[in-house]
Design a protein around this ligand. Structure first.
Ligand code: HEC
Length: 144
């Protein structure tokens, strides 16, 4: 075994502790302040996030969910002004028999219902009729 490369290390090792192959200086050499900083800058453990809702497998419903999340959830997820919440079967059971197509048309034009006003396209005129149809299909699918 050729010891030559180790010779400078062995010689200097006495002076520069840890310079030869030790990745970190020994813990005893660390300043206490350094340790504290390291602890403070450590990322906080992520709070237990609620399990993200999975996108539906059906591409039409998945597209509808995306439209719903950004354009409709503000009212419908909160039941704002009586907006029926997807998944609230009681709120949807009287509406679903109209059919997705009729409900989509009403959502496109907007309507004044018994409990509140549903704005045309949920207030986003740039949404296509198809996007609205997908969102309604998604809401209905969750509420059956
Ligand atoms: C500003 C609040 C608001 C937004 C945003 C909104 N809705 Fe509504 N929506 C309502 C309210 C209120 C009702 C209930 C009206 C009633 O029946 O009295 C309703 C009802 C509905 C219904 C039931 C229709 C029926 O015939 O019973 C559908 C479907 C619907 N909304 C789809 C959507 C879609 C799709 C979007 C997003 C593109 C959307 N809504 C965004 C307030 C909103």
């Amino acid at each position: 075994m050729n010891m030559k490369p180790f010779l400078p290390c062995l010689t200097l090792g006495l002076v520069f502790l840890g310079a030869c192959g030790l990745e970190k200086p020994p813990a005893s050499l660390k300043f206490p302040e350094e340790k504290k900083e390291a602890a403070a800058s450590a990322p906080a453990a992520p709070a237990a996030a609620p399990a993200a809702e999975k996108a539906p497998a059906d591409p039409k419903l998945a597209a509808g969910k995306a439209v719903y999340d950004t354009n409709c959830a503000a009212c419908h997820e909160a039941g704002m002004m009586g907006a029926p919440k997807p998944g609230d079967k009681a709120a949807w059971s009287a509406r679903i028999p109209q059919g997705v197509e009729t409900m989509s048309k009403k959502s496109i034009t907007g309507f004044q219902g018994k409990v509140g006003a549903m704005p045309p396209k949920g207030g986003n005129a740039s949404l296509t009729d198809e996007a609205i149809g997908n969102a309604v299909a998604f809401m209905v699918d969750k509420s059956k």
